[in-house]
Design a protein around this ligand. Structure first.
Ligand code: FO1
Length: 317
């Protein structure tokens, strides 16, 4: 059993490759839900949808989010009534959010809605779990005031200066059903190349998840989302620097050092290997730039081969 922890676009790209080389029934994905936001009376879950859309081949490849070929007629019409239109809610995407709302309004949980949506996108064999069924939201403190992550990322295009990050509700939230078991039962846990502050960070803040990662006998591997201090996309470096950290793979290793066995870094960061090994984290240096499914499958194969070479992976019963 492989259990992956991830957020939006980076995790989705990586997992698309992983599901190309292992049976989907072997995979559980624990997804960040702190990007979630209330919009027009619905609860949108961008990271869950980005993973479902990408793994089912339905994603808009150019954007990296939303549905392929989607239109934005609803948004155009919503502007007439003064609705906020900075969040690119597509017309086909709208159906996903309305279905999630219907499940939850009928007393269902985010987990149940996620499993139903995944099934309808043909992903019934693998498990896609929200990190929690409770409300957790990432808010960014900036020089322009405090704002929801999506407002910082999209509406303000990451321009405001980051002063702090608050994962609201994380302390009170419980892990969603099957999340803790999927960590305990994993032969291999992979932390996807997602933003360590606002995609992986919130998952690690949920009660018991970090302790289970420390305690699980499986091998724990993380893929650094940074190359030469920069992420392929998104605000990871801005947030890390805003929090007074260096934006480097070594810093990623520090953030996960409590439980991590291996950090996978790009060849361009090979010079950081010694500093990372000094944290008692092994290093796998390979190409971590994954522009397409082939490269993503190759990265996953490199990881599985490296873990095999560690000789610690329990063969699944
Ligand atoms: N990202 C953007 O940069 N602009 C958007 O307008 C946008 C809309 C959107 C709609 C649905 C959805 O599931 C994701 C969407 N994203 C958009 C991505 C979203 O901001 C994610 O939170 C990022 O991928 C970061 O995880």
């Amino acid at each position: 059993m492989i259990t992956a922890l991830g957020g939006g676009s980076g995790a989705a790209k990586f997992l698309k490759g992983l599901t190309g080389i292992i049976p989907p029934s072997e995979l559980t994905v624990i997804v960040n839900t702190a990007d979630d936001m209330d919009l027009y009376g619905m609860r949108v879950s961008p990271d869950i949808d980005t993973i479902i859309y990408r793994l089912s081949g339905s994603i808009d490849e150019k954007k990296g989010w939303g549905l392929h070929g989607d239109t934005f007629e609803f948004l155009g019409a919503a502007a007439r009534f003064g609705f906020p239109t900075w969040f690119g809610l597509g017309d086909r995407d709208l159906a996903t959010h309305l279905f999630r709302k219907a499940v939850i309004d009928a007393g269902g949980t985010l987990s149940e809605s996620t499993s139903k949506i995944a099934q309808r996108f043909g992903l019934g064999e693998m498990r896609i779990l929200p990190m929690s069924d409770d409300r957790v939201e990432t808010w960014i403190e900036t020089d322009a005031g405090e704002m929801h992550f999506q407002e910082y990322y999209i509406k303000h295009a990451m321009r405001p200066e980051v002063r702090g990050v608050k994962i609201k509700g994380a302390r009170e939230a419980s892990a969603a059903p099957l999340v803790l078991d999927s960590i305990n039962d994993a032969d291999l846990v992979i932390i996807c190349p997602s933003n360590p502050i606002i995609s992986i960070g919130p998952i690690l803040e949920i009660k018991e998840i970090k302790e289970r990662l420390v305690g699980t006998p499986g091998v724990k591997v993380a893929v650094s989302p940074l190359m030469r201090g920069k992420p392929l996309k998104g605000p990871a470096d801005k947030l890390m620097r805003g929090l007074g950290m260096e934006a480097s793979s070594t810093q990623v290793a520090r953030l996960y050092a409590d439980f991590l066995d291996v950090l996978v870094i790009d060849r361009s960061d090979a010079g950081e290997a010694a500093a990372i090994e000094a944290l008692e984290v092994s290093v796998l240096v390979t190409d971590t730039v994954i522009p397409d499914e082939q490269s993503s499958m190759r990265l996953s194969q490199d990881i599985l081969d490296f873990v095999e070479s560690l000789g610690r992976r329990r063969t699944s019963p």
